[in-house]
Design a protein around this ligand. Structure first.
Ligand SMILES: *Cc1c(COP(=O)(O)O)cnc(C)c1O
Length: 427
């Protein structure tokens, strides 16, 4: 994570001390590095020059971030009409927007067809008939892909594994063949390809190779029944590193060091398989593009000890970053200024009234004191987007850094925001 680093004992994002951002905008605050974002996208473009990269908006949909990516030539992978709306508003053209999701509402389907996006990724037989009906009522033809569930174990956390039989996502391959046949009788859909997305935070290349092989065989089956497709949407899921992502002499080394996807190997093994099909290939990474381009910064409020544990109580909670609570995700947490080499084991917790409200558990950290600033690393993906107002907390600010310049790209919420959508019943 070269664009977040310690200069002496102080944490910087690009050319700006993180402390300076906090002085200006307070905590909690998400801070993003434009250089890291651009670098991540460029790595993908370089390794996959012939593939289209559709950024998965659900990882982080701040319009300033989306604008940078659309200007770099990314497309947008969306999972709701709201995301299509934000993508269009942020500069993505309809022809580079795809729309997946098991539970698309009729209104969302209508919106997607009216906007003439590249593809709706169909996730059930019923859905394709509904899409056909809605397209007919609009006097249009809907472009669709079928999302296939290849029954491949992505070897990731069960909650983010999406390509196994027991997962709600996609369609069984045999049934998909059947749908391809039936689609020939549907006058208002143009079924032109297939989609798979087997999960998230996948660090091994093997499940992807299996999926690519599966798709090649599936396409051969389609050819046998006279169906020729032109597009493969290969999904996202490229895993990133969460441990030991930033170093300083005093920082404890994090045990069970984790790995990230070997992209070079991924490209070497996957690209030839997929290219052989002659199809246009789309990749839909979210996390890989934005995760290590963002951090969440908070302030230590109190430190206390129980008989068995040390607690660091900070102003960052599950409301700002739910990943640790939702699937036991690990994020490196470091002081914004290194003031000591004294190490302790502590839980870093937030103010939310839930025992499960934590950022890190039983973590070896540099000893912290009230007033210290802490940075949660690799928080750019699935961070702000999953924030909430639980406990009537205010959603945090977001700041984008470019060199020595910075921009407030989302204001911190105010008390007024907590009431803005409510009306008092006259009871
Ligand atoms: C979430 C999602 C992605 C992105 O996953 P990452 O792990 O962030 O790369 C891609 N495609 C679909 C359909 C998704 O639901």
């Amino acid at each position: 994570m070269a664009h977040f680093y310690f200069k002496g004992d102080e944490l910087y994002c690009e050319d700006v001390p993180v402390r300076e951002i906090v002085e200006k905008f307070g905590t909690p605050v998400y801070i993003y590095s434009k250089a890291q974002l651009v670098e991540n996208f460029t790595i993908l473009k370089t390794l996959f020059p012939d593939f289209k990269i559709f950024y998965a908006l659900k990882a982080n949909s701040n319009p300033s971030i989306l604008k940078i990516l659309s200007e770099l030539g990314a497309g947008a992978d969306t999972v709701s009409a709201g995301e299509i709306f934000i993508a269009l508003a942020s500069g993505f053209k309809p022809e580079v927007i795809s729309f997946a999701g098991v539970g698309k509402y009729a209104e969302e389907i209508k919106f997607a067809i009216e906007k003439e996006i590249l593809a709706l990724n169909i996730e059930s037989e019923q859905e394709i008939f509904i899409v056909n009906e809605i397209a007919k009522s609009l006097g249009k033809k809907a472009n669709v892909l079928i999302r296939i569930n290849p029954d491949i174990d992505a070897q990731t956390h069960p909650y983010i594994s999406t390509g196994i039989k027991t997962s709600k996502f996609g369609i069984d391959p045999d049934e998909a063949i059947d749908i391809f046949k039936k689609s020939l009788t549907l006058s208002n859909v143009n079924l032109f390809g297939i989609h798979t997305h087997i999960g998230s935070q996948i660090v091994d290349v093997e499940p992807f190779v299996e999926t690519a092989n599966f798709l090649v065989m599936f396409i051969e089956k389609l050819e046998k029944i006279g169906v020729k497709i032109t597009h493969i949407d290969f999904g996202g899921g490229l895993g990133v590193k969460y441990k030991n992502v930033i170093t300083h002499n005093e920082l404890p080394f994090e045990e069970d060091d984790d790995k990230e996807i070997n992209l070079k190997l991924f490209a070497e093994q996957i690209s030839p398989l997929l290219k052989k099909t002659g199809c246009e290939i789309i990749l839909e990474p979210g996390r890989f593009i934005i995760a290590n381009a963002g951090i969440l910064v908070g302030k230590v409020l109190y430190t206390k000890k129980s008989k068995v544990k040390n607690f660091v109580v900070a102003d960052i909670a599950m409301t700002e970053l739910i990943r640790p609570v939702l699937y036991g995700a690990y994020h490196q947490v470091v002081p914004v200024e290194i003031k000591t080499n004294e190490i302790e084991i502590a839980d870093i917790v937030g103010p939310v009234c839930e025992t499960s409200d934590f950022i890190a558990r039983d973590r070896k950290i540099l000893k912290l004191s009230p007033g210290d600033l802490i940075a949660v690393m690799t928080a750019g993906a699935y961070g702000f987007v999953a924030s909430s107002n639980y406990n009537s907390r205010l959603r945090p600010a977001e700041v984008l850094i470019e060199g020595k310049n910075y921009y407030l790209i989302r204001k911190r919420e105010t008390f007024d925001d907590l009431l803005s959508k409510t009306t008092l019943a006259k009871t």
